[in-house]
Design a protein around this ligand. Structure first.
Ligand code: FES
Ligand SMILES: [Fe+2]
Length: 436
């Protein structure tokens, strides 16, 4: 029996019950209603460029193997053996023609077919139909500008409809130049004892914390401080479907204050402007979250990450540094170093954030604390639809418009029995009301 979370989230009034950050039953419902349904980010095509290349990841708590087969076609399968359920591939990344289970030795081709079973005749008397027992594929797999996404739900809307107006905002991060981006270096993975929604809402709509949480990083020059100045402008952009973008005013600076990088950005600006079209120059997106748990940032660092849920009070962060593929090697190296200094397990800004999300989660354990809702009322009603942006926008950069819409979407999905009951809103509704 599902929990009716409409009693817990009042997106219209900006009140959220703290139970949704700590309750095990609500978490299980999230795995079913959100993570087994939504389009989730898997990786970038540049991470598996050659036939046989693979990476292993997760969709919710389900292990997933993303592999480019020997003919070059990309697949995504549950990373579990069909025999006794052992995890087939335990390597993070690599290249393989076959995946052989470590337990009893069933072997799968890199297109998912079961091609080898030890002692087949003696054990199964020729009665095991190998073609019935291949790896289990995701329901839908698609890519947008090299970003690979999948969903376990065959009824989920097509990826482009799911992205809606967010697609243009993704271009600002991942498709600024011909060839798009590539991932450089490896992947940082670490655990934070926090609920997955705190980082997702932070990247998708919390510019408010920057001038305070990250003040020390601003003061020592790890990140430009322009956005923290009074009157600096900027706003939240709300393209619908629970996604969120934080934007600065176009004149603001967000890039690392490193001459190699600032000179590069200046050089490519005309090309980027032409590629992104007339909306470029009106708005400067710097960070965002694609609902539910894929976030990306271009302030101080170029990083994208997935907040993999690991229980109501734990996440694994999987974070990469990305660069324009066409950038010269010294620029890529400068971005790699800037990323490590700011947004990585040892990064100055990352550590500020982790501490806060951890404590916000931990206090939800208190039964009395939990009686008091969290406040998401900032800028309530102070928003407008902006035709130039194709989205709703807050009137001030200090707003919680995006978290309100994030929890509105969360509520819609958590209370719907199927995708047909979930409104698709490339342009969000003016009322901004939850289903309740
Ligand atoms: S669990 Fe994989 S072969 Fe038995
Ligand atoms: Fe932060």
């Amino acid at each position: 029996m599902d929990i009716d979370v409409r009693d817990l989230v009042d997106a219209e009034q900006g009140l959220v019950n703290r139970r949704i950050f700590i309750d095990r039953a609500i978490y299980e419902q999230e795995l079913e209603k959100i993570f087994a349904r939504c389009w989730l980010f898997l990786g970038h095509e540049s991470q598996i460029p050659h036939p046989g290349d693979f990476l292993s990841t997760y969709m919710g708590e389900d292990p997933v193997l993303v592999v480019r087969d020997s003919t070059g076609k990309i697949h995504a399968f549950l990373n579990i053996c069909r025999h006794r359920g052992n995890r087939i591939c335990r390597a993070d990344m690599g290249n393989a023609a076959t995946f052989i289970c470590a337990y009893h030795g069933w072997a799968y081709a890199n297109d998912g077919r079961l091609i080898g079973v030890p002692n087949l005749q003696e054990a199964y008397f020729g009665e095991l139909e190998l073609e019935q027992w291949g790896l289990i594929p995701v329901a839908q797999l698609d890519s947008y500008k090299g970003l690979l996404f999948a969903t376990f739900d065959p009824e989920a809307p097509p990826l482009l409809a799911y992205l809606g107006e967010m697609a243009w905002y993704l271009d600002n991060f991942f498709d600024r130049r011909e060839g798009g981006i590539e991932v450089i270096g490896g992947m940082h993975k670490w655990v934070i004892p926090c609920n997955w929604k705190f980082p997702a809402e932070n990247f998708g709509g919390d510019p408010y914390h920057v001038g305070w949480s990250h003040l020390s990083a601003v003061q020592v020059g790890f990140t430009p401080g322009g956005a923290t100045r009074p009157g600096a402008g900027g706003r939240l952009i709300q393209p619908g479907n629970g996604h969120g973008i934080i934007a600065l005013a176009p004149a603001n600076l967000a890039d690392p204050m490193i001459s190699t990088i600032t000179a590069y950005e200046e050089t490519i600006r005309p090309e980027v402007e032409q590629r992104l079209g007339p909306r470029f120059g009106k708005v400067f997106p710097i960070v965002g979250t694609l609902f539910p748990n894929f976030s990306f940032l271009r302030a101080s660092a170029r990083t994208f990450r997935v907040w993999h849920p690991r229980g109501p009070d734990k996440i694994e962060v999987w974070a990469c540094i990305f660069v324009d593929k066409a950038a010269p090697p010294e620029v890529k190296e400068a971005y790699r170093l800037a990323g490590i200094h700011t947004f990585s397990p040892s990064g100055t800004l990352e550590q500020d954030d982790m501490e806060n999300w951890q404590e916000c989660t931990r206090t939800c354990q208190g039964v009395v604390s939990r009686r008091y809702p969290l406040n998401y009322q900032m800028g309530l009603g102070h928003e407008h639809f902006d035709d130039d942006l194709g989205a709703w926008a807050s009137n001030s950069r200090f707003s919680e418009l995006n978290p309100r819409r994030f929890y509105e979407r969360w509520t819609q999905l958590m209370t719907a029995d199927c995708w047909a009951e979930v409104p698709n809103s490339p342009v969000p509704s003016p009322a901004g009301r939850g289903l309740g």
